[in-house]
Design a protein around this ligand. Structure first.
Ligand code: HEM
Length: 408
């Protein structure tokens, strides 16, 4: 796999003299791009599909998201679910490698994966319909209701989810369409949430993308293998879920019209960071530690204890309250019946071992008090188990999504 850094380095080399750039995938889909253009390098980037853990969780964000939730059709039983999982896993494996999946008549639509990942998750009812309720993780239930929630059932719990991400919107669209079509005998689409971030190549290497409030969003996130093992990947319980994770999806509307009335200083106070560099208001760079003890010349805390980051950070004695945020912006046509000029927000996706210990206590604090609350409203919520990764070559791993849960 070429990393984002590799891509940018490759781009420099190509721009500097038309050198040979090579893009490799672990699966052997090696592509050599002689005299390549930058776009050709990006087009051929492959994120390995098979492995202990599913791709699309700790994978650096791609620019575009389709998050599709499904309802299992009446009459679909465990045998049928196994067929669907085998089908979907193989289709996703082929698509993410830039190959044409079986049954597709559009080979040219699959040839530019551009970091395509397809990640699958199971909702609570999946376990009942599969006849394995005893295998459902105890945390796989709806997130408790919060006082400020305005949840719309339209964006609610579902039986299955596919998170499809790519740096190319056409590839994304084709891959999503293929997956929906190939599952049509087993599932119907429950909801479809699209999102976007800054395009690949627009940001500097490692630069944090911005949300539609103009904030760098994703600065404090577990990134190292150690941190991800500590907070994201399940390492307890049966092997069938170990190396899996829990995906919480919240759809959060952002009131841009009201936000824009605020002066810049107040916008920064509400989160606790500067808008320009994303650094904490106590100084330094974006990734420097915030100093929550610092006070100004009037003796007031520089970072407001009611700011979003002060409320969201893990409190003393609770280092487990860390989540991996992988959020995308949405921006739709304004509702013609409302006065609002926009209909925008976040497809807030986060990953963790156990939402009862991680997402929920954080959100409980935010719901009680968070300066950002004035401009944001949670309008959708769903929870999924993302089962471990697959590898048909490895007898110790599942050869299709959820095999460890569904077999035996
Ligand atoms: C529209 C809604 C939201 C917006 C605009 C937003 C924006 C931000 C921004 C700008 C930051 C600071 C930069 C960063 O570290 O990424 C941040 C940090 C954070 N946010 Fe949010 N956020 C939203 C919702 C949420 C929700 C629902 C949660 C979880 C329940 C959450 C959890 C966090 C955490 C854990 C941090 C890092 C805190 C730390 O410094 O330790 N955010 N968010």
């Amino acid at each position: 796999m070429l990393t984002r850094r590799g891509f940018l380095t490759g781009a420099t080399v190509v721009a500097g003299g038309g050198a040979l750039a090579a893009c490799t995938s672990r699966e052997g889909g090696v592509q050599s791009v002689a005299q390549a253009s930058t776009s050709a390098v990006l087009a051929q980037q492959v994120v390995p599909f098979d492995g202990a853990r599913q791709a699309g969780v700790s994978t650096p964000h791609q620019a575009n998201l389709n998050l599709v939730a499904f309802t299992l059709r009446p009459g679909v039983d465990r045998t049928a679910i196994k067929r669907l999982m085998r089908l979907w896993t193989e289709d996703a494996r082929q698509l993410t490698r830039g190959r044409t999946p079986l049954g597709s008549l559009e080979p040219e639509m699959a040839t530019r994966p551009a970091n395509l990942t397809i990640t699958c998750g199971f909702g609570s009812r999946f376990f009942d319909i599969s006849g394995i309720p005893e295998r459902r993780p105890r945390w796989l239930h709806p997130i408790p209701a919060f006082t400020r929630d305005k949840l719309d059932e339209r964006w609610g719990e579902a039986d299955l989810v596919l998170q499809v991400c790519s740096d190319d919107p056409v590839t994304l669209s084709h891959a999503t369409r293929h997956m929906i079509r190939s599952g049509v005998n087993y599932v119907s689409t429950r909801w479809f949430q699209s999102g976007f971030l800054n395009a690949n190549g627009v940001l500097d290497d490692g630069e944090t993308p911005r949300n539609l409030f103009g904030q760098k969003d994703g600065t404090v996130n577990p990134r190292s293998e150690e941190d991800l093992s500590g907070s994201v990947w399940i390492d307890e319980g049966p092997a069938s879920i170990r190396d899996g994770t829990c995906m919480v999806v919240r759809r959060i509307a952002m009131d841009l019209d009201d936000w824009e009335i605020l002066d810049r200083g107040s916008r920064e106070v509400s989160v606790g960071r500067t808008l320009g560099s994303g650094a904490p208001l106590t100084g330094g760079g974006e990734f420097d530690e915030a100093d929550y003890g610092a006070v100004d010349d009037r003796g007031l805390p520089v970072i407001d204890p009611a700011s979003h980051m002060a409320r969201a950070k893990p409190p003393e004695g609770h280092p487990e309250q860390v989540i991996l945020r992988r959020v995308y912006n949405y921006d739709l046509e304004p509702d013609p019946t409302s006065e609002l000029l926009s209909n925008s927000g976040l497809v807030f996706i986060c990953f963790q071992k156990d939402p009862d210990q991680q997402f929920t206590p954080i959100q409980r604090r935010l719901d009680e008090m968070d300066r950002l609350n004035q401009w944001i409203t949670h309008i959708g919520s769903a929870v999924f188990l993302v089962p471990p990764g697959t590898d048909p070559e490895d007898p110790l791993r599942d050869d299709y999504w959820g095999a460890g849960l569904l077999e035996g």
